[in-house]
Design a protein around this ligand. Structure first.
Ligand code: GLA
Length: 652
């Protein structure tokens, strides 16, 4: 079976090496590991209560039941020095009971414990010794404590070859005789997908994730092409989940979770479950999506098509079904589709497409299409089951036509009319009778029908569209609902809008003024502080080459901040530069700062590096409806690109 899978995939991709590494023969991680790791939520602020509470919540909130098993401790759990016998020992304040006691506790709940160290002299946070040249004693210590999973990081590795370092730990773990899942965390630097299967059960393919949408997309794009390398016991790891940490919308978290499951990625919850919202918890407990990840065929989804930010992923499943994900990378709703034939399903008069977020079966004659919200993902499990019992698959959704170039289409200032088109298409074998498209807006908003067609029957493949003019008011929850009603059923979509605040007149310090919309490249845009990277809101002042500023914004590239200025403002002036808040060992920050008036760039700092002194830039924005502050990554990666808008003044 395994060989067949490898061959079938080999035909579709040229990237498969001549002799692919075999998975370890220990029978571990035959499906991607599922569990928890504290790093994304807490960094080094960890203690044994968090680990025990997490184990309790796994049981009490149905996560164990959903398949989550490993409760993993990341960096900073150990004392800074080895003990007299050269062993690692627990941090006295964070884990006063010792790791063995925690392992016993976790095991008593029917769960497993994971731990962390680095294939270097120290771990990444430099708070504890690493495992380099201590492989056997550390592996034995972990085994003695009852550890079931080891994440082995890559920091402080003295430039010694990765293959050698990770092989040594593999052998040391094996020698203990305890089954321990071995997670290679080498960030994809030495193509671990080519050798990782021989060494461990999963390997990181990328740098660290963070709780922002651009990062999720970046990691997705790096991990997706590596599909041919994944198989039972050997998985690509695009890093842990951010679902529930608060930096993304529910739609984005659903995409993150769906795409990680499609890619047969490890599902390690990275949020503090004691604080998580019910909506995020529901995402993590979606058993139908988890079933894709855990499917025993163990094939990572491949990209079937990808153009203009519209992605189609397909994942074959053990029972012959195909999972398909329609992912919309764009900031506006868009129709994405494929067909049963393209997925490789046998010819039939009809199919069942089960929507794994709606938990509902639909019948289709073969087209699989949906209006996918911005940053959203629709996931279908497609089968040749009894399609005639399911209700028709009708795709419907609303399209806004408001756009100023570069401005998200869902920003809709009060009093400014825009048009909405609602379209519905029947994909089912049976016709849809008396379809009526409709649109609803919040109370107090003006809605005028421009075109409301009447059709009696929509046959397979036919569409119907209506058009409305909407004028938003500053009141009500800014949200439109549009779609189609037919024969007692409805297919509706909501579009969340942003009605931006009015900008007051005068000389204003941006940062104190509410933006219409913003996105940070690494953590949120911070006010009167530098961007903290993986430690958001760490309180460090905006500082450019030693000069500090009390007011402004810390914004990690790539980032943008949009203000609705409504033609009322004339100019923006700001001091800009790369912040000093960076690791001395990695002085790599470079970025350009740009000011945009609607679709026109009116000021550009050029590339600034971490060495450069602050400079002042000014953009004339008279007449512009929107002001946009943009920081790009300066042409290299966005590593340490912590941009500062210091003392930014807007004149209105
Ligand atoms: C590295 C890893 C992260 C995390 C930290 C801990 O950055 O890639 O996942 O373990 O170290 O310091």
């Amino acid at each position: 079976m395994k060989t067949l899978v490898a061959l079938a995939l080999g035909a579709a991709f040229v990237a498969v090496p001549a002799a692919p590494a075999q998975a370890l023969p220990d029978g571990l991680a035959l499906t991607p590991p599922m569990g928890f790791n504290n790093w994304n939520a807490t960094g080094c602020a960890i203690d044994e209560k968090l680990i025990k509470d997490t184990a309790d919540i796994f049981v009490s909130r149905g996560l164990k039941d959903a398949g989550y098993e490993y409760v993993n401790i990341d960096d900073c759990w150990a004392a800074p020095q080895r003990d007299a016998s050269g062993r690692l020992t627990h941090h006295p304040e964070r884990f006063p009971s010792g790791i063995k006691a925690i392992a016993d506790y976790v095991h008593s709940k029917g769960l497993k414990l994971g731990i962390y160290t680095s294939a270097g002299t120290q771990t990444c946070a430099k708070t504890m010794p690493g495992g380099l040249d201590h492989e056997q004693i550390d592996a034995q210590t972990f085994a003695d404590w009852g550890v079931d999973y080891l994440k082995y990081d890559n920091c402080n590795n003295e430039n010694r070859p990765a293959l050698e370092r990770y092989t040594k730990m593999r052998d040391a773990l094996k020698k203990t005789g305890r089954p321990i899942v071995f997670s290679i965390c080498e960030w994809g630097q030495n193509k671990p997908w080519e050798w990782g299967a021989d060494i461990g059960h999963l390997w990181r393919t990328t740098g660290d994730i963070n709780d922002t949408w651009p990062k999720v997309v970046e990691l997705l794009k790096k991990n997706a092409p590596l599909a041919p390398y994944a198989k039972p016991g050997a998985w690509n790891d695009p890093d842990m989940l951010e679902v529930g940490n608060g930096g993304m919308t529910d739609t984005e978290y659903k995409s993150h979770f769906s795409l990680w499951a499609m890619m047969a990625a490890p599902l390690l919850i990275g949020a503090d479950l004691r604080k998580i919202s019910p909506a995020s918890l529901d995402i993590l407990r979606n058993k139908e999506v988890i079933a894709l990840d855990q499917d025993r065929l163990g094939v990572q989804a491949r990209v079937l098509s990808q153009a203009d930010g519209k992605w189609v992923f397909v994942k074959p499943l053990a029972n012959g079904d195909k999972a398909v994900a329609l992912f919309n990378e764009n900031a506006t709703a868009t129709t994405i589709g494929t067909s049963a034939a393209a997925l490789g399903l046998p010819r039939r008069p009809g199919y069942v497409a089960r929507d794994l977020w709606q938990h509902k079966d639909f019948q289709t004659a073969g087209e699989l299409s949906a209006v996918v919200p911005p940053h959203g993902t629709v996931v279908y499990r497609v089968s040749t089951a009894k399609w005639w019992q399911a209700e028709p698959l009708v795709s419907a959704g609303l399209q806004l036509t408001t756009s100023t170039p570069g401005i998200p289409a869902n920003i809709t200032p009060a009093g400014r009319p825009f048009e909405v088109t609602v379209t519905a298409t029947n994909h089912a074998v049976v016709p849809v009778i008396d379809p009526r498209v409709r649109l609803t807006a919040p109370p107090g908003w003006q809605v005028e029908a421009l075109n409301q067609p009447r059709e009696w029957v929509l046959r397979t493949g036919e569409s119907i569209s209506g058009r409305w003019r909407v004028t938003p008011a500053a009141t009500g929850t800014p949200e439109l609902t549009g779609g189609v009603d037919f024969g007692g059923a409805s297919v509706l979509q909501r579009a969340e809008l942003i009605v931006p605040p009015e900008i007051p007149r005068g000389s204003l310090v941006l940062g104190d003024v509410r933006s219409a919309w913003e996105s940070g490249g690494y953590g949120p845009v911070e006010r009167d502080m530098s961007n903290g990277g993986w430690q958001p809101r760490d309180g460090k002042p905006l500082t450019i080459n030693g000069r500090t500023y009390a007011k402004g914004m810390g914004a990690h590239a790539p980032t943008e901040i949009v203000y609705y200025v409504g033609g009322n403002c004339s100019a923006v002036t700001s001091i800009v530069g790369i912040d000093d808040d960076r690791d001395d060992a990695r002085q790599t920050g470079t970025a350009s700062f740009q000011i945009w008036a609607d679709g026109t760039k009116v000021a550009d700092s050029g590339v600034r590096t971490w060495r450069d002194d602050p400079i002042s830039i000014t953009g004339q924005i008279a007449g512009a409806t929107y002001l946009r502050l943009v920081v790009t990554d300066g042409g290299d990666t966005n590593s340490y690109d912590r941009g500062d808008w210091a003392e930014p003044i807007l004149t209105c």
